[in-house]
Write a protein that binds this ligand. Structure first.
Ligand code: CO
Length: 134
């Protein structure tokens, strides 16, 4: 079902500082920040040869990453994103296996305009998992 690792997301308190860290200290290619109001986050992508790092910053008052940042003073790894070929097939299969999908279980457009779903961290070794249809 899952294929390549699409990205690792890191929640950050200061997006500009995180961009400078990856760009100037680590010498990586970092995109301009993009607001995603439907996900309550602003994101910047660090592009590496084999994957991406998504720098996540809260947008608006009820951002889903706020509680995570409140518990993690330095920020931290927030989720892993795996690619799938057919997100509806993956969803139906996971629900059949008793896994929980966050929200309405309806895929929403993610940071690249492609449909994404989030899987409950308690069902996956304490890791929030994003599935993205490629
Ligand atoms: Co993501």
């Amino acid at each position: 079902m899952i294929e390549r690792l699409n990205h690792v997301a890191i929640a950050v308190h200061d997006l500009e500082a995180a961009i400078e860290l990856y760009r100037d200290v680590l010498g990586a290619d970092v995109s301009e920040p993009v607001d995603l109001p439907e996900h309550g986050v602003t994101v910047s992508f660090v592009t590496l040869d084999n994957t991406k790092i998504e720098l996540l910053h809260p947008l608006g008052n009820n951002s889903p990453i706020m509680s995570y940042l409140n518990k993690n003073a330095s920020g931290g790894i927030h989720h892993l994103c795996y690619e799938v070929k057919d997100i509806f097939k993956a969803r139906d299969d996971l629900l059949k296996k008793g896994m929980r999908i966050l929200g309405t279980s309806e895929p929403k457009p993610g940071a690249h305009g492609k449909p994404v779903l989030f899987l409950h961290p308690k069902d996956f070794c304490g890791t929030l998992i994003e599935l993205e249809q490629i």
